[in-house]
Write a protein that binds this ligand. Sequence first.
Ligand code: FAD
Length: 511
Amino acid sequence: MKPTRRRFASAALAGLAPKSGPRIEGGFVFESAGQGLDQGHRLRDHARFASPARREKTEVVIVGGGVAGLSAAWRLDKRGFRDFVVLEAEQQAGGNARSGENEISPYPWAAHYLPVPDVRQTLTRELCAELGLLDGHTWNEIHLCHSPQERLYLHGRWQEGIEPAIGLTKTDAEQFQRFEQLIQELRQTGAFRIPMEEGLQKSTQEIQGLDRMTLGDWLQRQGLYSPYLRWYLDYATRDDYGTHYDQISAWAGLHYFASREPEDKGPLTWPEGNGWIFKRLLRKLGRFVRTGSMAFHIRRENGRWAVFTEQCAYEARCVVFAAPTWLASWIVDPAPPRWPIASAPWITANLTLHRWPDNKGLEYAWDNVIYNSTSLGYVIATHQSLKTYQPQTVWTWYMALADGNAADQRRLLLGGDYAYWQERILADLERAHPDIRQCVRRIDIFRIGHAMPRPAPGAIFHPERLRRARHDGTLVYANCDLSSLSLFEEAQYRGVTAAEHVLKLVSRAGA
Ligand SMILES: Cc1cc2nc3c(=O)[nH]c(=O)nc-3n(C[C@H](O)[C@H](O)[C@H](O)COP(=O)(O)OP(=O)(O)OC[C@H]3O[C@@H](n4cnc5c(N)ncnc54)[C@H](O)[C@@H]3O)c2cc1C
C-alpha cells in the first residue's frame, strides 16, 4: 500500500522505535512545506505561483545558490562587478554542499571532500589559497584527511583501504594490476581531465567510442571479470554517478580513475564536509544571495530577461542558470529541448551516536565501507577533531538508489516512510557493527530526488550536452551537471566560466 502524504509527514515528525534497542529520534530534513521536494513538485505539477508584488532591475541574475552559483558570484565580485543577485530556492543556500551542526559536531548533508587539486587545476587552487588551505605549494595539514582514511569491511573483518585485499586469488590481483595499467594509458592521453572540458579536445575517435558503451561492456572486452574488481568499480560509479557500472558510459566510469594522478596526500575534508568551503564563500558573498527565492518562470520581456520568484520579478540583461540544468525545461520560456541526462536519487543520513560501537580495539577510519552493501558506507564527522577524547560522534551514511530506472528509484525513495529508511540504515550498519542500535540516539534523513547526473552511454558527447555547455547568448548554464560529473571542481569551473562570459556581455553593453 502506498503511504499517504499525511502519513509521511507524521512519520517525519515522530521519533520511532526501531526493532530493538533504545528509542531513536529524528525525521526527514528539508521537507517542510515550501522546501526541497515540496517546491520541486510544485514546479513539476505546474502549480500556481503568487505574482510578485515587487520588480527589481539588475544586470545579472544567477539562479541557484549551490557551489556553481556561488562560484559565478565569486568571479563577478572578484572582477569588481557587483550588479547581480543570486536566487536560491531553499531557506539555506549550498545545494549539495549544505551542512548541519549539533552539540557534538558540524556534519555534511551530501558533499564531504575535495581531492587535493593538482597544479593544473588553477581555479580550485586559487580558491584554496584564498581560504588559507594552500600556501604556495604547501597544503595546510589540518585540513588534509587524517589517517586512517579509508577501510573496507570484507569477509567479516576490516581491512585498510577500499580496494579489496582480503581473499583475492592470483587472477584477481592480476586483474587489478591490468586495470591500473589500462588507466595509466588512458591518463597519458590527456583526454581525461578535471575540468573535463579541458580534455575533450584531445579525444580521439577511440576515446569518443568509450561513450558508446557501458563500463560493463568495456570490462567484458578487456577480459576483466574479477568479482572484486567489478565490486570496486561498481562502488566508484555508484559513488560518483549514482548508478551501476553496467549502466554508465564507459567514458564516465573511466574518467573517475584516469582524470587524477594517484594521490600521495589528501583528500581535503572537514567535519561539515564541503560545507566548510561553502560557508566561507557565503561569508564573502552572502550579501548577494536571496534565499527562499525559487525562480519559477524566466522569459524575455522588452529585450531583457524577466526572472520571476514569488517575492520579486527581476529584470536582467543576463541569466546564469546554475540550478540543475534539466529544470530549465520547466522554467525557461521558450523551453529548451529536454535535457538528455537522467539524474540519480540519493539518500543520506546523519546519525548521532551517544557512544561508539565496539570496534574490537581497531581504529575507525574517516570513510568506512561495507563490501556488497547497497550503501556507500559512512564518513565520521569527528574524524578531523584534534580532541584526544571524543566520547560521542556523528556519522554520515550515504546511499545512491542505483538500480534500474531513475524514475522508479525516486518512487522507492519517496515511497518508504521514515521508519522504513531508519530500519534500512540500521540493518546496513548492523552487518559491521552489531551493537549499532544501542549507540544511536538520533537519525536525520535527507532524501534527494535529483542528486546528480547519471551519464548513460551517449551522454558525454550528446549534441545537447555539448551545445548547452558552450556559453552562447545572454542565458547560460552553469550547474555541474553540464559536465555530467558531479564534482566540486566541475561546479566551480562551470560557474566561473559562465561568469566570465556574462562579464564580456555586460561590459560590451556598457561600453
Ligand atoms: C550525496 C552526494 C555526495 C556528494 N559528495 C561529493 C564530494 O564529496 N565531493 C565533491 O566534490 N562533490 C560531491 N558531490 C557533488 C556535488 O553535487 C557537487 O560537488 C556540487 O556541490 C554541486 O554544486 P552545483 O551548484 O552544481 O549544484 P547543486 O548543489 O545542486 O546546487 C543547485 C542549487 O540550485 C538551487 N535551485 C534549484 N532550483 C532552483 C530554482 N528554481 N530557483 C532558485 N534556486 C534553485 C538548489 O536549491 C541548489 O541550492 C556529492 C553529491 C551528492 C548528491
